[in-house]
Design a binder for this molecule. Structure first.
Ligand SMILES: [Zn+2]
Length: 1110
C-alpha cells in the first residue's frame, strides 16, 4: 500500500511560518459579534486576515507586507473569473433570472472601506511538533494490515506560531474519566460490570459476542477468555446452563436464546493470535469486533452501580426485574444476549476521548480519521480542512467502483462550510489577490490549494483535480525551493492550509455588480392566537434590544444590515420607520392576490438612525392588535412581500416570520387541513411529507434567485402543515423553529434564546457551493437545506454557521493509491456587510485496493449522518417500511462484506464487526426507530415533518447526539471538577432508582429523578425534603447555594451552550406520567412504537448478514 502521494514534499515539518500572523482574539464569543476588520473588497493591499466568524474581536498584529508581487492588473479577470467565461463554476447560473431593478436609493450606511490588516511575521517561538505524526496515528490495528502511515501531506508544522493558541494538552472535560468515578452518595460494588480496560495502553482484543445458534437450543456455550487474561467480574458467572425456558422476544423468532458472554474485552494482553481476542469458545456462534485502536484508561460503565435495585425493564421479558447485578441471577441470563456483551456507545466514546482527546489533531496527514465528534480536541490546519468543516464516512476510498459496490460503504462527506470554531482555533484567513481574484486551474476552475503542484521552476502548476497545467501569472510567480515547494509556501494560506477564504472580485457578483448589504425583515403574525399566547408582546419587547446585535463585520461599529417590519393576519401591514418621522406610519395592503410593496423609502432602515421610530413601532404593535378577533392568516403573500421588498432594495436578506396558524384565509398559498394519521404505514404515507401545493416550490425558487432566506418560527396550537409551510425555509437555507402550544411565560426563554442566536449568527447570503474532486470520483448527490437547479451547484439563499451539507461521491474512473483523492469545496457568498467572498475547504483522502484498509478508516457517526439524510429524503417517495428495509439491507451488506473479505475465517455463526463500525447496528437502530420513520401514536404529522427538516441540515455532532442521546448520571458528578460524569447507555435498566440523570439530545433536555434518591441530594438540588415534594412542573432548577445545585445547573448551562438550539428543561419523576416521554429517548430499549431493542436488532442484523453470506 503505497501511500506516498504526489505531494510528498509536505511531509516535513517546516520552520517558521513566515509572513502572516495569527491574530490573537479574546473570548467574547458570547457577544456573538463578528470581529475582524475588513478592508474594501478590492482594496489595494494584498493580504489576508482571519475571518470573523464569531470568535470575537481579532487584534491585528503589526503588519509586514506580503511577499508576493503586486497584482498584475492586466489579464486578470477573464482568465480566472467564475462568471466571465460562460463556464460558470460557483456563480449564479441564473444571471438573467437575477436581474435586479435599477438602483433607486442609496443605503450604504455601513461598509465603509477600512484599511486592511496586514499580516506579520510569526513570533520567533514558532512551535514545532516534530513528533506529531506518531501522536496522531490512528492506530493499533492488530489485525489485517499495518496501520495507515500515509504521509503524503505531511505536516507543515510551523504555522501555528500561536503557541498560546494551542494548549499542549487537550481539553479538560471528561478527564475525570481516567480516574475512578466519584459518587456523591451510596455506592455498591458493580457486580454486574466487568472492568473494561483497566490497563491503559494495551491493545484492545477483539470483542467476541456470541449470538445464539439458529437452532434455538444451544445456549450453553461456556466461553472462557484467552489464557492469561484476568476474567472480569461478570465473566465469573456460573457456567451457562442449557436451553432456557422462554423464547427470545417475538420479533426475532429464529434467533433464540442468548448466553451471556464475556463482555467488554478483558484487559490483559491477548495471546498473539492472528485474530486477537477471538474467544476460544464453542465454534458456532460469536460476535467479534476488530480492534484498531488501543484502549486506555477506561473505567467501567456504571451499569447498575448505584446501589439501588434497578427499575423493572418492561421491554425485556423478565430477567432483570429488580436484579441488582447480572451475575446473581444466572438462570435468567441465558434468555437473551447480555446487553453488556454487545458494543457499547459509551465505551467507544470514552475510549476515543482518552486515546485522542489529549493531543491536537493535525491535518497534515492524508486520509487520517479524526477523533470522534464527542471527543474534545484541538485541530491544527496543516493542509487539510479541519473535521469541523469536513468529515467523511471513509478516509480510505476504494480504488475502483467495483470495490465500492462490493462493500456498499457510502463515500460521503459532511461539509459545514461556515462552522464556528472554538476560541482556541484560528478562523480561516482571508486572501486578497486584488483585482485579479483567486488563482484557479484553467480547465476545471479549481482554486489554488496545497495540492496544486508547481513545475518548471514555478512558472506553471499542475492541477490536482484535473491534471491540467496552468501558467502562473507574473504577479503570482514565486521560485521553488530545493524540494519543489514555493518559497512563499508558508506565507500563503492557499498553499499551505486546508481552509481559507478569497476575497472575490466583481466577476463573482451577480450582474457584475458589488452587492448591497443584506437586510433583515421581521414579519409578525398579529392574529388572535399570536396575541393571546403573549407572543407578540414578548417579541416586540425583545426586538428593541435584539436589534443591537445584528451581525457586524469585523470591528465595524454598527451592522450594515438594514431592517424592516411587517405585521399581518388576513392582510399585510407595512411600516415606514424612516428616521425623519416622528411616528411610524402603517400602510395596509389588503389586496394580497398580487403582492406588492407599498413603500420603498423608509421600509428598510438603519437601526441606529431610526431607533426612536422603531422603538415606537415596537411599543405600539401589541397595543394596536391587542383586541383583535381575527383568527385567519395568510402565509404565501407574507413571503412574497418580503421577497418583493428585497428585490426592490436590490439586496439579499433574511425574512424572520413568526407564524401561528394554518393559513386558511383566501390568498395565494392558502392551505387546507389535510392531516391524516390513517396514512401512516400505508403506501400513501409519503404524502404527509410532501407540500400540498406547488405554490411554495415556485416561491422557493424565486427566493433563492434573490438571495432571500426565510426563517420560520412557528407557534401552533394544532396542525399547521409544516411540510408545506416549511418548504421555502428548507430550500432557501433557512431555519425552522416550532413551539407547540406556546405560552410566553413557559416557553419564552426557549424562544428568545433561539431568536437571539438566530439573529446573531454568522451567515453568508446569496451563496453557491461547488464541490470539485480529483479524477476518479465526483460528487453525485447532496443532502441539506438548499436548492439545486442543475446537478453541480448547491444554491443557498443563505447559509449559516449551523448548516451542514452531506455530499455523496461516486466513482467515474479508477483511483490510485499514490495520488489519493482530493476534494475541494468552494462556497461563494456575500458577507453580512455585503463583501463577496469564497470560502475554500480542501480534503485529501487515501485510496486502497484492499477492503481491509477501507474498513479500518471509517467513521460510523458520519455514516449515520448520511444514512439518516438518505432515509429522510426517501420518505418523500417511498413507504417508510421500504425505507427501513433499504437501510437495513445496505448496512447488512457493509458488514457482510467485511465479514467475508476482511475477517479471518471463523464460524458463520459468529457476528464479526469491524472495529470502527461496531456501533453501526445500535446507531442504525436509533434511526430506524426515529419519529420520522417509525412514529409512535403520540407523534404528530407536523412534528415528523419538523424533525425531518431539522435533521436534514444537521452536522455529524448533532445527528450523533440526536439519535443516541447523552444520559449523564447526575448523582455521580464530581462537584469539585468541571467535568461531566461519564455517560451511561440509554436503557432503562441502566437507571438506578437511587439516581438522578440528565438526558439530552440537542432538542430535548430532561432531568430524571429516581424515587429512592437520597433525601439530602434531593434537598440540595430541588430544595424540598422528599421525592414526593419535587415539582415536576419546574422548568428551571432552583438557584441554591450548595455545590450540588451549582454543579447541576452548570451542567445544564454547559449542555445548552454546546447545542445550536435552546433546550427547555423538563423534570421527570420516576413512575410519573411524563416518564413515558422520557423513555422514548432510551434508545437501546424497545420503543413504544414497536422499534426493536438494541439486543433484538443486533440479532436481526446478524441474521441478515448470515443470509447474505450463505
Ligand atoms: Zn483543474
Amino acid at each position: 500500500m503505497n501511500q506516498q502521494g504526489h505531494m510528498a514534499s509536505y511531509g516535513q515539518p517546516q520552520p517558521g511560518y513566515q509572513g502572516y500572523q495569527q491574530f490573537g482574539y479574546n473570548n467574547q464569543h458570547s457577544a456573538g459579534v463578528p470581529t475582524t476588520q475588513y478592508g474594501p473588497y478590492n482594496g489595494p493591499v494584498q493580504g489576508y486576515e482571519t475571518t470573523a466568524a464569531s470568535q470575537g474581536p481579532l487584534r491585528p498584529a503589526s503588519g509586514a507586507p506580503p511577499t508576493s508581487l503586486p497584482p498584475s492588473t492586466a489579464a486578470h479577470s477573464t482568465t480566472y473569473s467564475q462568471y466571465g467565461q460562460g463556464d460558470i463554476q460557483n456563480g449564479p447560473a441564473l444571471t438573467d433570472q437575477m436581474q435586479r431593478f435599477p438602483v433607486s436609493q442609496s443605503y450604504m450606511s455601513g461598509g465603509q472601506p477600512m484599511p486592511y490588516q496586514q499580516y506579520a511575521p510569526p513570533p520567533s517561538n514558532a512551535q514545532q511538533l516534530p513528533n506529531q505524526m506518531a501522536a496522531m496515528q490512528i492506530s493499533g490495528s492488530t489485525n489485517n494490515a499495518p496501520p495507515p502511515v500515509s504521509q503524503s501531506y505531511g505536516p507543515p508544522t510551523s504555522h501555528h506560531q500561536t503557541t498560546a493558541g494551542f494548549p499542549p494538552t487537550g481539553p479538560t472535560v471528561y478527564t475525570q474519566y481516567s480516574t475512578p468515578v466519584q459518587n456523591i452518595s451510596t455506592n455498591i460494588p458493580q457486580a454486574g460490570n466487568p472492568p473494561q480496560h483497566p490497563f491503559p495502553g494495551q491493545t484492545v482484543p477483539a470483542t467476541t459476542f456470541t449470538s445464539p445458534p439458529t437452532s434455538m437450543g444451544l445456549t450453553g456455550m461456556n466461553l472462557s477468555p484467552p489464557a492469561g487474561v484476568p476474567r472480569p467480574t461478570a465473566m465469573h458467572g456460573p457456567p451457562l446452563p442449557g436451553p432456557s425456558q422462554t423464547g427470545f422476544p417475538p420479533s426475532q423468532p429464529p434467533i433464540g436464546h442468548y448466553p451471556p458472554q464475556p463482555n467488554h474485552r478483558p484487559a490483559g494482553p491477548q495471546p498473539g493470535t492472528g485474530m486477537p481476542g477471538v474467544v476460544p469458545g464453542p465454534p458456532s456462534q460469536g460476535f467479534q469486533v476488530h480492534p484498531t485502536q488501543p484502549s486506555q484508561g477506561f473505567i467501567p460503565q456504571q451499569n447498575g452501580s448505584f446501589g439501588q435495585m434497578r427499575a423493572p425493564q418492561p421491554n425485556y421479558a423478565a430477567p432483570y426485574t429488580g436484579t441488582p447485578s447480572y451475575s446473581s441471577q444466572p438462570q435468567q441470563q441465558q434468555k437473551r444476549l447480555d446487553p453488556d456483551s454487545i458494543p457499547s456507545p459509551i465505551q467507544v466514546i470514552e475510549d476515543d476521548k482518552s486515546n485522542r482527546g489529549s493531543e491536537p489533531f493535525s491535518t497534515g496527514v492524508r486520509g487520517q480519521v479524526p477523533p470522534l465528534v464527542t471527543t474534545d480536541f484541538v485541530v491544527k490546519d496543516q493542509g487539510n480542512s479541519s473535521p469541523r468543516f469536513v468529515r467523511c464516512a471513509a478516509y480510505n476510498l476504494p480504488c475502483t467502483s467495483d470495490m465500492a459496490k462490493q462493500c456498499q460503504v457510502p463515500l460521503t462527506a459532511v461539509i459545514k462550510p461556515l462552522a464556528t470554531l472554538p476560541a482556541d482555533e484560528t478562523p480561516p484567513y482571508i486572501v486578497d489577490h486584488g483585482e485579479t481574484g483567486p488563482v484557479r486551474c484553467n480547465r476545471c476552475k479549481a482554486y489554488m490549494c496545497p495540492y496544486m503542484q508547481f513545475i518548471e521552476g514555478g512558472r506553471r502548476f499542475q492541477c490536482a483535480f484535473c491534471s491540467c497545467v496552468t501558467e502562473v501569472l507574473p504577479h503570482y510567480f514565486q521560485h521553488l525551493d530545493h524540494t519543489g515547494k514555493r518559497m512563499d509556501y508558508y506565507d500563503r494560506p492557499e498553499l499551505s492550509l486546508g481552509s481559507y477564504e478569497f476575497l472575490a472580485t466583481v466577476d463573482y457578483c451577480k450582474n457584475n455588480k458589488i452587492p448591497n448589504p443584506p437586510a433583515f425583515i421581521f414579519m409578525i403574525d398579529v392574529s388572535y392566537n399570536a396575541l393571546k399566547s403573549g407572543l407578540v408582546h414578548l417579541l416586540c419587547e425583545e426586538l428593541k434590544t435584539l436589534l443591537d446585535y445584528l451581525p457586524r463585520e469585523g470591528n465595524a461599529e454598527e451592522s450594515s444590515i438594514r431592517v424592516g417590519f411587517v405585521t399581518y393576519n388576513k392582510v399585510l401591514h407595512f411600516y415606514n420607520v424612516k428616521s425623519s418621522l416622528a411616528q411610524p406610519q402603517m400602510m395596509v395592503v389588503s389586496d394580497i392576490a398580487d403582492m406588492f410593496v407599498p413603500l420603498l423609502d423608509g421600509f428598510l432602515v438603519n437601526v441606529n438612525e431610526s431607533r426612536a421610530v422603531i422603538n415606537s413601532l415596537l411599543e405600539q404593535i401589541p397595543e394596536m392588535f391587542g383586541d383583535t378577533r381575527e383568527t385567519e392568516t395568510v402565509f404565501g403573500p407574507v413571503i412574497q412581500a418580503g421577497l418583493e421588498a428585497l428585490k426592490a432594495a436590490e439586496c439579499a436578506g433574511k425574512l424572520f416570520i413568526f407564524h401561528s396558524t394554518l393559513p386558511l384565509a383566501e390568498a395565494p398559498g392558502k392551505l387546507k387541513n389535510r392531516d391524516d394519521k390513517k396514512l401512516i404505514n400505508t403506501d400513501k404515507e409519503k404524502v404527509l411529507f410532501q407540500p400540498q401545493t406547488s405554490f411554495y416550490n415556485n416561491l422557493a425558487k424565486e427566493c433563492v434567485a434573490q438571495g432571500c432566506c426565510v426563517d420560520l418560527f412557528l407557534f401552533p396550537n394544532q396542525y399547521v402543515d409544516v411540510a408545506t409551510l416549511g418548504l421555502v425555509t428548507y430550500q432557501s437555507g433557512g431555519s425552522i423553529y416550532k413551539y407547540t402550544y406556546f405560552q410566553a411565560q413557559a416557553d419564552g426563554e426557549r424562544f428568545l434564546n433561539d431568536l437571539h442566536r438566530d439573529v446573531r449568527k454568522v451567515i453568508g447570503f446569496d451563496s453557491v457551493m461547488r464541490v470539485r474532486t480529483s479524477t476518479g470520483i465526483r460528487a453525485t448527490d447532496f443532502f441539506g437545506s438548499f436548492y439545486m437547479s442543475n446537478t453541480t451547484d448547491v444554491e443557498l439563499a443563505a447559509l449559516d454557521c449551523d448548516k451542514a451539507i452531506t455530499v455523496e461521491f461516486k466513482h467515474d474512473d479508477k483511483l490510485n493509491e499514490d495520488n489519493g483523492a482530493q476534494i475541494q469545496c468552494a462556497l461563494l457568498y456575500t458577507s453580512c456587510s455585503g463583501q463577496r467572498r469564497l470560502r475554500i475547504h480542501n480534503l485529501s483522502l487515501n485510496c486502497c485496493t484492499q477492503l481491509a484498509d477501507l474498513y479500518r478508516n471509517c467513521e460510523t457517526d458520519t455514516l449515520i449522518n448520511y444514512f439518516v439524510k438518505l432515509a429522510y429524503r426517501s420518505v418523500l417517495s417511498n413507504p417508510t417500511k421500504t425505507v427501513r428495509d433499504t437501510l437495513i439491507n445496505q448496512s447488512a451488506q457493509i458488514l457482510a462484506c467485511y465479514r467475508k473479505n476482511c475477517a479471518s475465517p471463523s464460524s458463520a455463526g459468529q457476528l464479526i464487526l469491524p472495529e470502527c463500525m461496531k456501533l453501526l447496528p445500535v446507531y442504525l437502530n436509533c434511526v430506524l426507530k426515529s419519529d420520522v420513520i417509525q412514529p409512535g401514536a403520540e407523534v404528530s404529522t407536523d412534528d415528523r415533518s419538523y424533525i425531518r427538516q431539522l435533521v436534514t441540515s444537521m452536522d455529524v455532532a448533532e445527528t450523533s447526539v440526536f439519535f443516541y442521546p447523552r444520559l449523564l448520571p447526575v448523582h455521580k458528578m464530581d462537584v469539585d471538577s468541571d467535568d461531566f460524569p461519564v455517560a451511561i447507555r440509554c436503557s432503562e435498566e441502566r437507571l438506578s432508582k437511587g439516581g438522578i440523570y440528565l438526558l439530552e439530545n440537542g432538542l430535548n433536555l430532561f432531568i430524571w429523578v429516581g424515587m429512592n434518591t437520597q433525601h439530602d441530594l434531593i434537598q440540595s438540588i430541588f430544595n424540598v425534603q422528599s421525592f414526593g415534594q419535587i415539582d415536576s412542573a419546574l422548568s428551571a432548577l432552583p438557584m441554591l447555594d450548595n455545590p450540588y445545585s451549582k454543579k447541576l445547573r452548570s451542567m445544564v448551562d454547559m449542555t445548552r451552550a454546546q447545542r445550536p438550539r435552546f433546550m427547555k428543561l423538563m423534570i421527570v419523576k420516576q413512575d410519573d406520567k411524563m416518564e413515558l416521554l422520557f423513555k422514548h429517548f432510551l434508545m437501546e430499549d424497545k420503543s413504544a412504537s414497536g422499534g426493536a431493542s438494541y439486543v433484538d436488532f443486533l440479532c436481526h442484523m446478524h441474521k441478515e448478514i448470515r443470509q447474505l453470506l450463505s
